[in-house]
Design a binder for this molecule. Structure first.
Ligand code: HEM
Ligand SMILES: *[C@@H]1O[C@H](CO)[C@@H](O)[C@H](O)[C@H]1NC(C)=O
Length: 318
């Protein structure tokens, strides 16, 4: 028996003794015996995917958020619509914008080859989101695992529970609170908008109708987002460094260069102004708060024990 395997088993026993072993829960060593190569596989596939398209790290981070906000981190967003099944992919916040599913499929294929019928799609998504952030220069953290996959999905819950870019601060705070997340978690997690792209339709109202926006920034964004049409044109969420996971999102907010109405409400003479200012000058504070908030996000209502299933194909229930 290798030293690693001994350590893995010893740790598993200690952890289960410490945390009354009767009730199932997420743990950091859940797969250490059953799929020791899991984290290496996910990371190597994410390295490949980001080399092919930098944006994919952002897209997978968003997929994870949209999975967790709809009845927990249970892989429900990965399920395809079929003749007899309505999933979440065509809910308003996901339709024509949720992306990265092929990368999750590719990781799942590799993971099945190494340790078949063992690792959930929900856990793969949580690990892939973490690796995407780290590979783009952001913080890293240990992902508690042991989630199982949902056998159902809800398009209406996706429509109702995923925040809209036109939301005001009170609505955002309420939606995060409903998921066990604090206003600080909201402001830290919104820093994910330091990477990735958005469609003109999602920020048109903000650049044409809102007054809490830098006029040069509004002019710049209007160039590729006309008042009429152009709805599918893309713009970076972070005007400064769209491919780097850094704290420039908050510098943008302080300069009234948030892309969405829902971004700028975090710095608009409201309760989050001081925290936005702090993150804008203290990248280390942002990094550590973001990592902690991601762990909290990842713990929303997991399916555990014998609930749910380990999907064979992330797009279909078994
Ligand atoms: C606070 C409420 C939030 C709202 C209203 C919101 C809204 C949006 C919208 C409208 C887009 C653009 C989609 C498109 O046009 O295709 C977007 C993109 C994105 N969001 Fe959020 N979001 C929120 C929070 C979050 C959180 C908490 C995360 C992750 C922790 C996140 C990660 C991302 C990323 C990375 C992108 C870029 C995706 C890509 O390039 O494919 N967002 N968000
Ligand atoms: C701007 O506001 C007007 C008046 O409320 C509204 O009719 C219009 O649709 C808004 N424009 C955008 C792009 O949201």
């Amino acid at each position: 028996m290798s030293t690693f395997t001994k350590l893995c088993i010893t740790l598993s026993i200690l952890v289960s003794l410490l945390a009354s072993s009767t009730n199932a829960h997420l743990t950091t060593n859940f797969y250490c015996q059953t799929c020791p190569s899991l984290e290496t596989i996910v990371r190597n596939e994410m390295i490949k995917a980001i080399k092919k398209e930098t944006r994919i790290g952002a897209s997978i981070l968003r997929l994870f958020f949209h999975d967790c906000f709809v009845n927990g981190c249970d892989g429900s967003i990965l399920l395809d619509d079929t003749g007899s099944f309505v999933g979440e992919k065509n809910a308003i916040p996901n339709k024509n914008s949720a992306r990265g599913f092929e990368v999750i499929d590719a990781i799942k294929t590799k993971v099945e080859a190494a340790c078949s019928a063992t690792v959930s799609c929900a856990d793969i998504l949580a690990l892939a989101a973490r690796d995407g952030v780290a590979l783009l220069g952001g913080p890293t953290w240990t992902v508690p695992v042991g989630r199982r996959d949902a056998r159902k999905a809800s398009q209406s819950d996706a429509n109702n529970q995923i925040p809209r870019p036109t939301s005001d601060l009170a609505t955002l705070i309420k939606q995060f609170q409903d998921h066990g997340l604090t206003p600080t978690d909201l402001t830290a997690l919104s820093g994910a908008h330091t990477i990735g792209l958005a469609h003109c339709s999602t920020f048109k109202g903000h650049i044409y109708n809102d007054t809490n926006i830098d006029s040069n920034f509004a002019t710049l964004r209007k160039k590729t987002c006309p008042i009429s049409g152009g709805d599918t044109n893309l713009a970076p969420l972070d005007v400064l460094t769209p491919n780097n996971f850094d704290n420039n999102y908050y510098k943008n907010l302080v300069g009234f260069k948030g892309l969405f109405h829902s971004d700028q409400v975090l710095f608009n003479k409201g309760s989050q102004d001081n925290l936005v200012r702090a993150y804008s000058t203290n990248g280390a504070k942002f990094s550590s708060d973001f990592a902690l908030a991601m762990i909290k996000l990842s713990k929303i209502s997991p399916l555990l024990g014998t609930n749910g299933e380990i999907r064979k194909n992330c797009r279909l229930v078994n």
